[in-house]
Design a protein around this ligand. Structure first.
Ligand SMILES: Cc1cc2nc3c(=O)[nH]c(=O)nc-3n(C[C@H](O)[C@H](O)[C@H](O)COP(=O)(O)O)c2cc1C
Length: 200
């Protein structure tokens, strides 16, 4: 007899509909997920494929006044890089206020004889997608952003990253400010090819 698991309670069509309904949303407002909902979404993230169980995932949770502190760091990094334009300063200060909750996704990479860094990075990509899907299923919206700060040495230093750490991105999370048009469905056959190609 086949073992009945929780995952089998959802049909594959329902799961596909849930996955396809996820869309990135830039305009995010309150409410953010509760802490319990966020932890459930992170639980999904932590079930990502992970070669040799290196668990290269860390999420730094930023909310409330923490977002202003993050904006100040963004500003310092921008000033340090020589940008003197006041309009850009204001814009960067306001960036973290675009959502009630931000997760900074940090890839804790480590040298490993069998798991190159790229595999650890890919694992974080899978973890973030799991997170986004679970947030979507909970009725929240999000967008994965990177930008200059993800690469800034000063930013890395200010948030206390180690040499092997990488910023996978900033996951802005909240409730969609407005409804979005459904996403375009891509034709699978544009992305799937037979191999080896049959000879004439
Ligand atoms: C690694 C990564 C970094 C991204 N960085 C940004 C970004 O800095 N700003 C942005 O507007 N979108 C960024 N995006 C794109 C959005 O997250 C989103 O995937 C894209 O707008 C497509 O929308 P969809 O998720 O609704 O398909 C990034 C996506 C990925 C995967």
């Amino acid at each position: 007899m086949t073992q009945q698991t929780d995952s089998q309670q959802l049909t594959s069509q329902q799961l596909l509909a849930c996955i396809e309904s996820r869309q990135s949303v830039g305009q995010l407002v309150e409410p953010a997920p509760t802490q319990a909902e966020l932890e459930q979404a992170l639980q999904a993230a932590l079930s990502a494929p992970d070669h040799h169980r290196l668990r290269p995932w860390q999420f730094l949770q930023v909310q409330g006044e923490g977002r202003e502190a993050l904006g100040q760091i963004f500003l310092q990094c921008m000033q340090e890089s020589g940008v003197a334009d006041a309009t850009r300063h204001e814009r960067v200060l306001a960036q973290p206020l675009r959502a009630p909750l931000i997760l900074m996704a940090i890839i804790k990479t480590q040298p490993h004889p069998k798991v190159p860094k790229v595999e650890q990075v890919l694992s974080m990509g899978a973890a973030i997608e799991n997170l986004l899907l679970m947030l979507n299923a909970q009725g929240y919206a999000a967008i994965w952003r990177t930008g200059e700060m993800a690469e800034s040495a000063l930013f890395r230093q200010k948030i206390g990253l180690k040499d092997d750490d990488e910023v996978a991105g900033f996951i802005y999370i909240g409730t969609a400010a407005r409804q979005l048009a459904p996403r375009e469905r891509l034709p699978v056959h544009d992305f799937l090819k037979d191999w080896p190609v049959s000879l004439p």
